[in-house]
Design a protein around this ligand. Sequence first.
Ligand SMILES: [Zn+2]
Length: 173
Amino acid sequence: MTGPTDTPSSAGAGAATAADEAMMRRALGLAELAATLGEVPVGAVVYRTADGTVLGEGFNRRETDNDPLGHAELIALSAAARAVGDWRLNDCTLVVTLEPCAMCAGAVVNARVGRLVFGARDPKAGACGSLMRLTEDARLNHRVTPVEGVLADACGDLLRTFFRSLRSGTGGV
Ligand SMILES: [Zn+2]
């Protein structure tokens, strides 16, 4: 059991690494898979920062599962925690194609995720720079400064293409 007496932990942003970019390509593949299911294309990967081992991954499954918690990040974080047998993911990096929302940013804090990397910004719901900076709030006992903009154009293009196809009524991508 941990509580507010924990020593605050935080991680600096630093720069994107080659592993981050490789994992973002993997997350993009997951996002493409989501699009084929009619899901908003967002993909996420959790890897062990030290050696690049993939511990969990996921894509948006909100429609498929009728689950408001079905965001790519939450699925990837749960899978990673099961894989390592620990809910604390300080040694891990979460890579996601889209800026996390408030729910997922909250999960990043609660899981003590060591590094957070995202691709495109989400001006409507992003909680890691757009609407707020939840993971950097000094009042919380874990903080992580996101590394953003990794393959941002590819991540954003996937979303734009998806929504354009919805508007034109052609269905999937
Ligand atoms: Zn989310």
